[in-house]
Design a protein around this ligand. Structure first.
Ligand code: DX5
Ligand code: ZN
Length: 217
């Protein structure tokens, strides 16, 4: 039986206070941290890279870090992120010609493999790679920015994955919050990324509790 995990995205947090913001989210019940890494090439935005992640890890030694690599060359950052003690390295199908090679290198570096697709990418392209990944990420916004509207028409992708792979970890990411968690739960997602809905709420603890309850019931 898969449990629901909530992994807030700190993209829209006060990045000058990344450590304090992260500690607060964890105290409010976050199960893991979803760290959005953007290179300004794969997506038209930039955030931070392994130097920042390494510093954050030095202050938060024992929490599951997932780096969401919105980068054009996912191979290039595997070693630096492993050195930063990242637990799961999630890269995009669209960013490489050789998904199996990237998956293998991530594993060899001692990290779990996350494989994600953008909204315009059909889910069946993943069929031959599912057994190479520990988790599949279904983007429910066009990657690059927080605070966008949830794309309900991505739910058939989650349903297709859940019906074919009952034990697979399936993450949804983008525009997810209390108003949009129901379709994610019904479709079968068990790893929930939420940025703005949690970060900008008056009661992040309540928001995360509500979402977890909805998925688990
Ligand atoms: C978008 C990022 C998402 C985003 C989630 O490119 O991958 O993780 O920050 O934030 P919200 O929940 O505000 O869409
Ligand atoms: Zn993300």
């Amino acid at each position: 039986q898969l449990t629901c995990k909530i992994g807030p995205s700190i993209l829209n947090a006060d990045l000058s206070n990344l450590h304090e913001e992260s500690v607060r989210l964890l105290a409010d019940g976050a199960d893991y941290l979803h760290l959005d890494v953007m290179d300004g090439h794969f997506v038209p935005n930039m955030t931070f890279g392994h130097p920042v992640v390494k510093c954050l890890r030095a202050k938060i030694p024992d929490v599951f870090f997932e780096t969401h690599m919105m980068v054009s060359n996912p191979e290039q950052w595997i070693t630096p992120m492993a050195d930063a003690k990242v637990n799961q390295y999630t890269f995009h199908f669209e960013a490489t010609e050789n998904v199996p090679l990237v998956c293998r290198k991530i594993r060899e570096a001692g990290m779990k493999v996350g494989l994600g697709i953008k909204p315009k990418t059909p889910v069946d392209v993943l069929e031959k790679y599912i057994d190479l990944a520990d988790m599949i990420l279904i983007m429910t916004v066009e990657p690059g920015f927080g605070g966008q509207s949830f794309m309900y028409d991505m739910m058939p992708k989650v349903k297709w994955l859940r019906s074919n792979y009952p034990e697979l970890n399936i993450e949804v990411d983008g525009g997810v919050g209390p108003e949009t968690i129901h379709p994610c739960a019904e479709a079968g997602a068990n790893m929930i990324v939420s940025g703005t809905a949690v970060i900008k709420s008056k009661d992040p603890k309540q928001v995360m509790e509500d979402m977890r309850e909805t998925v688990e019931k």
